[in-house]
Design a protein around this ligand. Structure first.
Ligand code: COA
Length: 168
């Protein structure tokens, strides 16, 4: 059991890049919890398109409208990082049934590593359930319109990375 009431929650991910689907989860969590900590993983098994510094900046910019959302970066095991926080609760978004299996496995592995930590799940809004960071990168690379899928600053960053005007 957690020693403190879960008045804050950690929402981890790579956010390479952050999408409106992630932001929807963050916004809804900020209405439930007193504080939401968006935790950006610096170590990634897959090569990131966006540097950790830029991912931090983009997530901070997207979350600046919420006064109870903090953005942090972490290295190494998520469990170690969450243990250092006052509330030992992780928030994960579920988009489709196929997410469930992976999330279930990850939450069990995390629980095995640290039994005091709980994972709570929130369904992604149906209008964002098709979104993923990989999809955003693929559409942007091929000069597609991502304006209704990501925050404005992310769209600008994609344009900078892929070196052309993003259009439909
Ligand atoms: N809207 C849109 N997309 C969403 C979404 C939402 N609400 N929720 C998840 N996604 C997408 C992401 O865009 C991402 O897409 P991609 O695979 O195309 O890049 C995908 O779902 C995965 O999301 P993300 O949360 O970024 O990464 P992850 O599920 O692989 O988990 C960590 C990342 C950081 C939580 C996990 O790897 C971790 O804990 N790492 C630290 C090391 C560790 O402790 N490992 C042991 C874990 S048991």
């Amino acid at each position: 059991m957690t020693k403190t009431k879960p008045n804050s929650v950690v929402y981890p991910g790579f956010f390479d890049p952050i999408t409106l689907g992630h932001l929807n989860i963050i916004e809804r969590a900020s209405q439930i919890y007193e504080q939401v900590i968006v935790a950006i993983a610096a170590d990634s098994p897959k090569k990131s398109l966006i540097t950790i510094e830029d991912r931090m900046r983009l997530v901070q910019d997207a979350c600046s409208k919420f006064d109870n959302v903090a953005v942090e970066m972490f290295n190494g095991l998520l469990m170690r990082y969450v243990k250092s926080k006052p509330s030992h609760v992780i928030l994960r978004g579920i988009r489709t049934v196929s997410d469930f299996e992976y999330e279930f496995q990850m939450s069990l592995a995390n629980k095995k590593l640290e039994s005091s930590i709980e994972t709570v799940f929130m369904m992604t809004d149906a209008k964002y359930s098709f979104l993923s960071s990989t999809l955003i990168k693929e559409i942007a690379r091929l000069n597609g319109n991502i304006s209704e899928m990501v925050p404005e600053q992310v769209e600008k960053k994609m344009k900078e990375i892929f070196g052309y005007e993003l259009t439909c």
